[in-house]
Design a protein around this ligand. Sequence first.
Ligand code: HEM
Ligand code: SF4
Length: 556
Amino acid sequence: MYRYDEFDHAFVRDRVAQFRDQVARRLSGELTEEQFKPLRLMNGVYLQLHAYMLRIAIPYGTLSGRQMRKLAYIARTYDKGYGHFTTRQNLQFNWPRLEDLPDILAELAEVEMHAIQTSGNCIRNVTTDHFAGAAADEVDDPRPWAEIIRQWSSLHPEFSFLPRKFKVAVTGAARDRAAIRVHDIGLELRRGPGGGLGFRVFVGGGQGRTPMLAKEIRDFVPEQELLAYLEAIMRVYNRYGRRDNKYKARVKILVHERGLEEIREQVEAEFAELRGGALDVPVEAREAISAYFAPPSFEDLPRTSRILEEARLRDRDLALWVARNSHPHKQPGYVSVTISLKPIGGVPGDATADQMDKVAELAERFSFDEIRVSHEQNLILPHVRKDDLPALHAELKAVGLATPNAGFITDIIACPGLDYCALANARSIPVAQRLSERFADTRRQSEIGDLAIKISGCINACGHHHVGHIGILGVDRKGEEFYQITLGGAPGGENGGEDAAIGEIVGKGFSTDEVVDAVETIVDTYLKLRETPQESFLAAYRRLGKKPFQEALYGR
Ligand code: HEM
Ligand code: SF4
C-alpha cells in the first residue's frame, strides 16, 4: 500500500498542530460554534444530534493491520468502544469529545491517516472496488490511479471551494463493485482500441433528493491524460455549477440543466488546453506509484485445496460461509473474503474495538497484512489461501464475525438515521435490525438469494436507498416516522455499471410497525412469481414490473 513520504508526514503533523490551536480557541470561548464550524469541517468533525462525530478517511478503503489496531485503540480510549464503517469506505466515530479530537488526529497521523477532505465542498475520499488488486475479473489494479487522484485532489487550491462536495469512484473491472454510476465522476479502467490502458468516464451521478445515474462523457481517456481530463471536468463544474441553491449545486444538476452535449464540449475545450502539459502522468511516475501496490508474494498453489474440501464436508457452517463470503481471486489457490459486519440483529457497519484488533491480527496472519472496507459496510481480507479458510473461519466465528450473509437479504446498508443524525426524519438502524431478525434463518436467506436492502433516514440518501433492490426511505408524516419503499434499484453490476438503476416508488409509505411486514410481502411475492430459483429478485422485478408487488402490498 501507499506509504507517506517526508512531505506527507510533515503536512499531516502541521495540520494536527493547527487544529489543536483551533480547538483550544473554541474551548476557551474565543471562537463561537459558528466560527469554529468551517475549521472543524476541514478536519472531518461534524456536529450530530448528541455529540461531535469524526469521519476518518480510509483512502480507497485500504488499511493495514497497524492502522486497524490504531482505530481499535482510538475506539477504546476516546470513544465508546466501537466504530462505524461507512458506504464511502470510511470510518466514523460517533462519540468523541471535542477536547480529545486533536489527540485522536495525532494518533492517526502516527499511522499515516487523517480526516482531511472527509467533509466540505471539496473532492472527497476516492473510492474503489474493495477487491482491487485481487479480483479475478480485473482488467488492471485501479488503486494506483485512486492514489494518483488522491494526491492530485488533496488540497487542490482551485477545487477546495467547489459549489458542493464532489465524489469520485474508480473500478478496474467491467463488473462494477464501486457504484461508479452514482458518483459525481465514475471511472472504469479499460483497454483502448490500441490495447493501452485508459478510462471510460461517467459524470453527473448521485443520490440525495434528485437521484441520477452518471452519463458517459467519454468512452476512453488514455491513462496518462486522466488528470488533465479530470481537471477539465472540475474546471467546468467549478465555473458553471450553481452556487445560488445548495440543492442544485451538485454536478449532476449542471449536466441535467445544460445537457450532456454542452458539458462535453466545454470539457473537451478545457482538455485541449490541458493535455500534454504538467498534468500528464509520466510512465515513470505511474510506475513509482504502482510499485506501492505490487502484488504480495503469492505461493504457487493448486486451484483447489484438499484441506478446504475435506473441512467443508465436515462442517456445514464453514461450507455455507465459504459459498457466500469468499470471492474469486486472480491467483490460483487464493480467494478474497468478506468479513460481514451484519450479524443478525446488529448495527450495519459497526465493529467493536476487540473485533478490529482481531481483524488486524487475522489480516497479518492470513492476508499479507491487507484489509479493505467495502461500500456495503463490510470488511474484506483480499488475499487468503484456500487452505487457510477453515482456520480463518474458526477465528472469525469466535468473535462474532463469521455471519455467512454477503449479498443476502440481511446484508443491509443503513445510514445512522435518527439515532445519531441531526438531519434525519426517521430511524434506519432499528429497521435494519428488525429486518435482519425477521430473515435470520439462513436456509430462507439462501432460498431468497441475492437481495440488497438499503435504508436511509432522510432524502439525503446516505444509506443508498435509491440503489437498493429494495430501498427504504424514512419520511416524516405529521411528526411520525414513515417509510417509503422503492424497488428495482441497483448500484452497478456487469458492464461498467450498465445495470445500475434508480429504484421506483412502489406506493404509499408504511409506519414503523408495518414496514417489516411490507418487505416480507415483497419478498414472498418474488418467491411466488420467480421463473426459476436462479432468477434473482432484481431480474424478476425487471421482468414483472411493480404491479404484482403493488397488488400484494395494497390489494389493488
Ligand atoms: C451522520 C452525519 C451525516 C450527515 C449530516 C450527512 C449529510 C449528508 C447530506 C446533506 C447529503 C446530501 C448531499 C447532496 O445531495 O448534495 C449526504 C449524502 C451522502 N452521504 Fe451523508 N451524512 C452523514 C452520514 C453519512 C454516513 C454515515 C454515510 C455512509 C454510511 C454517508 C454517506 C453518504 C452518501 C453515500 C451520500 C450520497 C452522495 C450523493 O449525494 O450522491 N453519510 N450526506
Ligand atoms: S440519509 Fe439523512 S438521516 Fe441518514 S445519515 Fe444521511 S443525512 Fe442523516
